[in-house]
Every structure is written in C-alpha cells, then in structure tokens.
Design a protein around this ligand. Sequence first.
Ligand SMILES: C[S@@+](CC[C@H](N)C(=O)[O-])C[C@H]1O[C@@H](n2cnc3c(N)ncnc32)[C@H](O)[C@@H]1O
Length: 227
Amino acid sequence: MTDQDELFVRGEGDSWFHRNSAYLNAPVRVTDDRVMKVVELARLQPRRAVEIGASNGYRLDALAKRYGCSGLALEPSALAVVQGRRTFPGVRFVRAVASELPIATGVTFDLVIVYFVLHWVGRSRLLQAVAEIDRLVQAGGHLVIGDFHPPAPERVPYHHRPGENIWTYKQDYAALFHATAFYDTEMFAAFDVGAPTSATGALAGASTRGAVTLLRKRTRSSGEEGT
Ligand SMILES: C[S@@+](CC[C@H](N)C(=O)[O-])C[C@H]1O[C@@H](n2cnc3c(N)ncnc32)[C@H](O)[C@@H]1O
C-alpha cells in the first residue's frame, strides 16, 4: 500500500465520510446522481454491480432497488462501511483500496463504478489500480469512470492536510482504460463540479471540470482480432 492509500485506510477516508455524511445520506444524492443517469440513459440492466471507493454504498443500494442487481461496495473507510452496513443491508461491503482488491481471480461484474476516487490513488500504484479495476469488468460489461477532467493533468495539494505531501491528481482516467484497446467509449459527459468543496478537496484556482465516461469492455481486444 502506498502512503497515500494508507492515509485513506488509516483515517482520511473516515474524515471524508464524516465531513460528507449528511450529503451522502440525503435522497437528492441519488436523484441527482450522474452515474444513475448514465446507467438509465444507456439502458443498462445490471445484474452484478461493484463500486470501488463506494463510501457508504448509497449508489449500489439505489441500483439494487431500481434494477434488482447485487451490489458489492469496496471502500477503505471503516466509518463509511459501518454506517453503510447499517443503512443499506442489501449491499455487501469489503474494506479495500483500488490497487489491492480482495476479489478472487475470475470473479467479474457486468457493472463496475469508480467515481471520483482515482484522483486520490498514490501514483506508484495507479496502474496497479487500473489493472485491478479492469480484472473485475466482465467481457461485454460496462465500466463507469468519473473524475476531474482538466484540459491537462494537474496535481494540487489536498487542502484538508496542508503541508503533508498529499495530492489530488486530476486527469482523464477513462483514457487509461481506453488506451488498452480493451474498451470502447459509449457515453461521455463533461460538467463543472462547482466551487471547491469539502467533498472534492479541490483548491481555488484549480480546474473544476469533471467528466463521466461509460466504457464497454470488448469481448476480444483489437490486438486479438484475426488471430
Ligand atoms: C470523493 S469520495 C467519492 C465516493 C463515491 N464514489 C461517490 O461517488 O459518492 C472518494 C471515496 O474514495 C475512497 N478512497 C480513497 N482512496 C481510495 C483508494 N485508494 N481506493 C479506493 N477508494 C479510495 C474514499 O474513502 C471515499 O469514500
């Protein structure tokens, strides 16, 4: 685990949850949710959904209620997991970071969600996180990636822990998956995340452009075609 991953396991994930729990438990969180909207617009019918950095699992609960799918929440914050288990008993929770997912090889999901999480993954483990996420997506299944989406990659200090060498890394994360040629983009929407908030950890002056991308995993990668 990197220092930055460990920081979220050891307490920063709890701090984020604590700061945002009222918002996370408000009904508007689901009715205004861009991921729910993408799933609806793409007419997906998920059967097995997993969210990495799922917080208290509110989105998986909403998906389960709307589509009858199962929901697995992977989240480093103990507080979010305890509250989520109590509030959303239909969602299964496992404490984990994106770069080390405790899911057996070969277990896959038809809907994988990673929303505003990768900007906090330590850079030395970013590609490991990408590989871990990729292995959970079943062939022909969908991956929803949302995050900051500045015109060029940005690294800004995480303002809740000033002077501690902790960063928010803003870049186009869907591009990492797309570059493998394992995925096709089915939907893309850019938006402004708004003024810096405790939820985003963004700094004034830094980019507040966000985006959500719906990717579909190919049943064969383009490199395999014709072989
Ligand atoms: C900005 S919140 C987003 C929560 C949720 N995805 C949503 O859309 O409401 C980021 C979440 O990622 C979690 N997180 C932080 N570092 C992580 C890591 N390395 N792997 C997985 N989750 C992480 C935090 O604890 C927090 O719950």
